[in-house]
Design a protein. Structure first.
Length: 269
């Protein structure tokens, strides 16, 4: 496990105060924590992958992503057992307002920050144990914050990384009886956190969303494709046709057979 670390002479800058910077090529399965720190710590993944766990869930993290450790939060992270990550980290305290991309997320996909993180370690003219290096590193942190603040909506990355894949999984696996908990597991986050970000993005809980999609698909199969109740139930993930019929009636107010008849009658008018 190769590690290089630069400890900064702490001059006590107020808004952004750099503390440490380093890089590490982790060995297979190398882990750290559960542990907490008193400062912000950003890890930029240069290559490979691993997992990061915060109070909000467990996240798969790979090249081009940053995982964010907040002050005094208990976190755990571990390198992959086949493609262990290499990362660069920067630690600092902050008394200024930080971008929502940092304060509202545990991970950020930011490959455009690669050169800035690399610069923090490769600057040849400044010794790490010098006041000059702290000024240099402080400027780089501000540059990172500036780039992150340009993200127009904090939900964009959450939607692309979790919500859109979740919707695709629900659509593809509906007939197999996929559950919300199973969707969350596929995304490597816990159920409660998944429910929070899904509802925040879609304005409906994932449970209600999945049920609605099942019922809409069932209604279409019953009417447009003239399938019977048993086949329709199986096609939307119900192994028991009676459970399906109860769920359908609770959702639409009528049984599948009544719904089919009502739809047929309205079309014949």
């Amino acid at each position: 496990m190769a590690e290089k670390s630069k400890i900064v002479i702490n001059q006590g800058f107020s808004d952004i105060n750099p503390l440490i910077c380093g890089e590490e090529q982790c060995s297979i399965g190398h882990s750290y924590g559960p542990a907490t720190r008193s400062y912000w710590l950003l890890h930029y993944v240069v290559s490979g992958k691993g997992v990061f766990t915060s109070p909000r869930g467990t996240f798969s993290v790979s090249k081009g992503e940053i995982f964010i450790i907040r002050p005094y939060e208990i976190t755990f992270y571990q390198a992959d057992t086949s493609e262990p990550w290499k990362y660069i980290w920067i630690g600092f305290t902050a008394s200024t307002l930080l971008p929502p991309a940092m304060t509202d997320n545990d991970t950020v996909y930011a490959p455009y920050l690669a050169d800035i993180f690399l610069d923090c370690l490769s600057e040849p003219d400044i010794a790490s144990l010098s006041a000059g290096y702290e000024y240099f590193l402080c400027a780089k942190i501000w540059e990172i914050l500036g780039k992150l603040s340009q993200l127009k909506q904090r939900n964009i990355q959450t939607f692309e990384r979790y919500i859109r894949p979740a919707i695709n999984i629900m659509e593809a696996e509906m007939c197999n009886g996929i559950t919300v908990e199973e969707v969350a597991k596929r995304l490597h986050i816990n159920r409660s956190y998944f429910s929070v970000i899904f509802k925040d993005s879609m304005k409906i809980s994932p449970q209600k969303y999945l049920l609605g999609k099942r019922m809409e698909r069932a209604a279409e199969l019953l009417t447009k494709h003239a399938l019977n109740n048993t086949v329709t139930a199986a096609s939307v993930g119900y192994s028991d046709v009676f459970v399906f019929s109860r769920a359908f009636k609770s959702y639409f107010g009528v049984s599948p057979s009544e719904y089919k008849k009502l739809t047929s009658d309205s079309l014949s008018l």
